[in-house]
Design a protein around this ligand. Structure first.
Ligand SMILES: Cc1cc2nc3c(=O)[nH]c(=O)nc-3n(C[C@H](O)[C@H](O)[C@H](O)COP(=O)(O)OP(=O)(O)OC[C@H]3O[C@@H](n4cnc5c(N)ncnc54)[C@H](O)[C@@H]3O)c2cc1C
Ligand code: SF4
Length: 467
């Protein structure tokens, strides 16, 4: 009760916008342990209820408070393969559900998590511990995002012989090529992959299954196959002017900058940069916010972000009580860096000159509930043209890519066009399982990790039951 919340805080805006290093700072160990002391070890820990990977939060908070960093790290790894990722970029539903949130500020659960795992790496507590017994069963995990990585890690630890396939040149999925370095530095991915490799996992990058290697070959060579290909089909805006130069999907833009940060060469003509440009980001979510931060670092003249939905409230609405995730206005570190945000705006057409976009025509909308679902109503006489010569489409993802692997294997889809699975996480094809965003649609890193752990258990059970 005596210790108040003390977040580590962020690097100053003027400093951090000059580079791509992580924005968030770290607290000293003493303050961090005091922050853990704020945890009340609740009889019913709602933080645990809110956490998709079922983290044992009060337990490791207590170990941290008592200075047992190794014990805290071990307890953290019981339920989460990669706390260094979630500790950096999770929206922390646990904190929304923390009991302290009722009348105080919640425990800094996410920051405590990353502090524990970073200390564990720096003190050498996290070491490869290869399993001694191998089952002889071979598993191919296709896609190396957090779901595929978690599934591969769990299956490898269970003694199966696992190959993780990735079509990109490096493993990590959206952790590597979607999420900007200023939120998650890529050294953390390499560090974890090194541990997994030393524990016997095989990783093959630059190989697209369904193109470079046929799915038949994979089916012939492996005892089980796990599809973890993410939900990479972006939502498009097929309006007049969409074909103009200067309009890109967020992932084309973000992945290129992440590759450039990693030393990749991109030819001048192919470079998408916001330098000196008026940038319009369409889509008010996390991906849009990542575009904002990247555009500011590239030297944009101005950055505007528009969203079709209304502005969320500053405080929880009556129908959104604790301990549910608070649907409130989120201001990211990128927004703090200088961006105009507008809500309830629909984009009608893109306007250009000499083949390059110069404006987007938008209008205000309201949302009315009709027969139980919301209907968008344009507000008369609100049409305006926003000046923009770089437009980034960040309106989410609709489903996994169907071409290639899924079509080749004849995988059934569910009603949302994601990979259909039964309660054993099995697809319609024998010995083929699926996990992560490919199954659920675009979600979060923490839910992808949880899903990867679940599918590993299902595949293990499949082998135990004679598969
Ligand atoms: C820009 C952006 C920012 C985000 N920020 C956050 C955040 O801050 N916090 C958060 O919790 N979540 C965030 N997310 C969401 C999060 O990244 C995803 O939910 C998560 O990565 C999904 O994990 P996954 O393993 O299912 O798929 P992915 O991470 O999408 O990985 C799938 C992998 O499969 C590979 N692949 C696909 N097809 C094949 C094939 N045929 N053969 C071989 N490999 C293949 C792909 O190349 C990819 O590497 C963000 C997403 C984006 C796009
Ligand atoms: S709900 Fe909050 S105070 Fe209670 S155990 Fe979880 S972190 Fe600690």
């Amino acid at each position: 009760m005596k210790i108040k919340k003390k977040p580590a805080g962020n690097r100053p805006v003027h400093e951090r916008t000059g580079d791509y290093s992580e924005v968030e700072q770290v607290l000293n160990s003493e303050d961090r342990m005091l922050q853990a002391s704020r945890c009340m070890d609740c009889g019913v820990p709602f933080c645990h209820w809110g956490c998709p990977v079922d983290n044992l939060i009060p337990e490791w908070n207590d170990l941290l408070y008592n200075g047992d960093w190794k014990g805290a790290s071990d307890r953290l790894h019981f339920t989460n393969n990669f706390p260094e990722f979630t500790g950096r970029i999770c929206p922390a539903p646990c904190e929304h559900s923390c009991v302290l949130n009722i009348n105080e500020e919640p425990v800094t659960i996410r920051e405590n998590e990353v502090a524990i795992v970073e200390k564990a790496f720096s003190e050498g507590y996290i070491k490869p511990s290869p399993t001694e017994i191998r089952t002889g069963k071979k598993v191919a995990v296709i896609g190396s995002g957090p779901a595929g990585m978690a599934a591969a890690d769990q299956l490898n630890k269970a003694g199966h012989t696992v190959t993780l396939f990735e079509k990109d040149e490096k493993a990590g999925g959206l952790l590597r090529f979607g999420i900007p370095d200023f939120k998650l530095n890529k050294r953390t991915i390499d560090r974890r992959l090194d541990v997994m490799l030393a524990e016997g996992l095989e990783i093959k990058t630059g190989i697209e299954i369904g193109k470079d290697i046929s799915s038949k070959e994979i089916m012939d060579q492996y005892d089980a196959v796990c599809i973890a290909i993410g939900a990479m089909q972006p939502r498009d805006l097929t309006i007049k002017g969409r074909e103009l130069d200067g309009i890109h999907f967020a992932m084309e833009y973000l992945s290129q900058q992440n590759r450039v940060n990693d030393g990749a060469y991109v030819a001048y003509d192919n470079r998408i940069t916001a330098e000196g440009r008026k940038v319009l980001v369409i889509g008010g979510g996390d991906t849009g916010s990542d575009c904002v931060g990247t555009a500011i670092r590239q030297g944009a003249k101005s950055v505007t972000q528009i969203e079709i939905l209304p502005k969320p409230p500053d405080k929880r609405a009556d129908d959104n009580p604790w301990p549910y995730f608070g649907k409130i206005l989120k201001t990211s570190t990128s927004h703090e860096e200088g961006c105009e945000r507008r809500w309830s705006m629909s984009t009608l057409r893109f306007i250009g000159m000499q083949q390059r976009v110069t404006h987007a025509e938008v209008e205000e909308v309201t949302w009315e509930k009709v027969n139980g679902s919301f209907k968008m109503i344009p507000v008369p006489e609100t049409r305006i043209q926003l000046e923009a010569d770089l437009i980034l489409l960040a309106m989410g993802f609709v489903h996994p890519i169907h071409e290639g692997l899924l079509k080749e294997l004849n995988i059934s889809l569910n009603i949302r066009k994601n990979v259909g699975i039964d309660n054993k996480m099995s697809t319609n094809i024998k010995k083929v399982f699926a996990t992560g965003d490919a199954v659920s649609g675009a979600t979060l890193v923490v839910t992808a990790i949880a899903s990867g752990r679940r599918v590993a258990k299902r595949i293990d059970n499949y082998f135990i039951s004679g598969g």
